[in-house]
Design a protein. Structure first.
Length: 171
């Protein structure tokens, strides 16, 4: 999802010293703490879709209005839509039939595809799998480019030690 940098209006930015302090706080955060942050607030069995557009809308059903032939009164039927907000749509509808219909319609849409293929939206799980695969391929390429001595030395550091407890340096 391409992000554009916002236009900065002169005089409305914090002083550089404040921004540097904030950046240092972000860098000092524990990596495990960052990984523990939830990616989204999706339910366990909900399916997530991502879009390259921040606000994207797909119409699932578009029923016509019902007109009573005796009274002429019009009953407005509501359709089902998938509204992406900030490039994300979480299909966690309460009705299982509606959830299934939404998934089938979205995944059979001509604008649905694989991440990076130029499509408008895709499954978040497919993007995660593609990122993991790319990281693994990159790690393999890095290890194959290193000399064998360096790789062997690195593997030695990964072996389990003989000690029962770690020795911590004094504070």
């Amino acid at each position: 999802m391409p992000r554009q940098t916002p236009e900065v209006i002169p005089g409305l930015r914090e002083p550089r010293s404040n921004r540097l302090v904030a950046m240092q706080e972000v860098e000092a955060r524990d990596p495990e703490e960052v990984q523990a942050l939830p990616v989204s607030k999706a339910k366990k069995n909900a399916i997530q879709y991502l879009s390259r557009y921040p606000m994207y809308r797909v119409t699932i059903t578009s029923p016509g209005d019902i007109i009573n032939p005796l009274t002429g009164q019009r009953t407005i039927q509501r359709g089902i839509t998938a509204q992406f907000k900030q490039g994300r749509f979480i299909n966690d509808h309460k009705d299982k039939a509606t959830r299934k219909l939404t998934d089938e319609t979205l995944q059979s849409n001509s604008r649905f595809g694989k991440p990076g293929s130029g499509c408008d939206f895709w499954l978040a799980s497919a993007q995660t799998a593609a990122i993991r695969k790319a990281k693994l391929e990159d790690a393999k390429a890095t290890l194959s480019a290193l000399p064998k001595e360096v790789v062997a030395e690195f593997l030695e550091t990964l072996k389990q030690g003989e000690e029962s407890d770690h020795a911590m340096p004094p504070a």
